[in-house]
Every structure is written in C-alpha cells, then in structure tokens.
Design a protein around this ligand. Sequence first.
Ligand code: SAM
Length: 248
Amino acid sequence: MKAILKEGILGSVPHDSWANSYDQLFEASFGSHLANLTDLTMEIVLELSEPSESILDIGAGTGRMSLPLIESNFYVSSLDPSAGMLSQLATKLPNHPNLELIHCPVAELEMHERHHGALCIFTVSSYWLDESTLSNSLRSIYNALLPNGWLIIDRTLTTSFSDTVFQNERIQRQAMIEDLGGDLYRFTEQSTISSSNDIKQINDSFLIRYWEEDLFLDHVKVTGFSVEQDLSQVFASSGASFYLLRKN
Ligand SMILES: C[S@@+](CC[C@H](N)C(=O)[O-])C[C@H]1O[C@@H](n2cnc3c(N)ncnc32)[C@H](O)[C@@H]1O
C-alpha cells in the first residue's frame, strides 16, 4: 500500500509547506509558457543592466528568475517571506558567491540604495492585500534601488483569478480561486503528486488581491517611480500587466 504524506495543512505562510512540490506542480501546469516568460524577462533585463550588476528578485520563490540571473553573472538578492521557497532556491545554488537570500516580506525590507534593478513578477503584488502593504512594499523597493534604478513589476489581470485544474499520470492539480468581493480572492491548492511508493497531498489556502490599474499606478507614482514603459503588450500572454518603472 502507498504511504500518504500530508503536506501543508493550512500553513500560515503561503507556499511554505509545499515549497518542495512547487516546481513540479507549476512545471506541469504551465510548462513551456513559464520557460518563455523567463526567457523574455531575461532578454529585457539584459537590455537594462550589465552582468555583474546587482538585482533584487522580490518574491523570488524557488528561483525561476534568480537562477538565470546568476547564470548570466548578475549579483542577486533573492527575497521571499517563505523559508520553504528560499530553501528550495538555496539547494539549487549552494553557497553561491553571487547569491544572497533575504527572508522577509518586501514591506519589511530595510535596505538603502544597493541594487541597479529589481524584479517583482509572477503574481507577487497580488499577495499585498491592502493599500498600506502596497505602499510600504513599493517604498522598500524604491529605497533598495540605486538612483535611476529600474523595477519590472506585474499586476495580475482579473481574468487570471480563475481556477487551474490539471491532471496527468502522476499529478492531480486543483488550484481554486474564490471571489470574496472587494477585489479579494481566496486561493486554495488541493493537489496530489503520486510516485511508486507514496502519494503527497498538498493543501494550502490564502488570500490574494486584484489591483485595479489606476490605484496601483497612483501608488507607484506617489512612491517616486516613473512609468518608463508599459510592457503589457510584450508580455501579452502572461495574464498580467507588466510595467518598467524607474526610480526618479
Ligand atoms: C507565484 S510565486 C512567484 C515566484 C517568482 N517570482 C517567479 O516568478 O516564479 C509568488 C511568490 O511571492 C512570494 N511572496 C508572497 N508575499 C510576498 C511579499 N509580501 N513580499 C515578497 N514576496 C512575497 C511568495 O512566497 C511566493 O514565493
């Protein structure tokens, strides 16, 4: 009989309890789409910054962007409030001299003018649930950037607040989104991954938020960023609006 391993029974930090299954689930659900998004982002980063410069990867997760950035010789600070996600990233690049791990929500980052650029992409801003967290997060990023530093940030579109259901021989993924009203949604992951001798059950549930564009960009501008380019067309199939911001 297969052993059943329970993972993530409503842990308090999103993703923490199933971080070691995140890559497998996301690769299965999004596949080459995610790889294309990574390549496209790297192309833009390489136009904005020289390798050997320093980049802050906000909500770095398991390192989808941090890894290729380091492969391209950038110095990378990977920030995430999930210790589980950061630990997955760390196992991919043990003791790498170009990698710094920062374990906190970005709103709590206290860093002064250290980075040439920053990435805050793939739904990270949807984890900020109220205007004060949006404002404090943008402020922390602004402070961490060198004068004239750049930020690529995305804003998840309403159409992306929808269920993801996927099944193959080994993976059964159900990521459900419930509309709670007031631009808030409950994300609930209830998935299983089977192997020859066990079945992992993954359960997590947390709130996320849709940010209306005018409100989002008002905060961006009040923080002191200017919108250098709306990259939404470039990332048209991503389910998010993308913006290139510049520290004034
Ligand atoms: C869907 S993952 C995206 C990971 C990565 N940016 C990527 O592109 O693959 C969202 C990440 O945002 C992180 N996150 C959630 N709240 C955050 C916050 N307040 N500050 C920074 N990161 C946060 C989560 O822990 C998670 O790792």
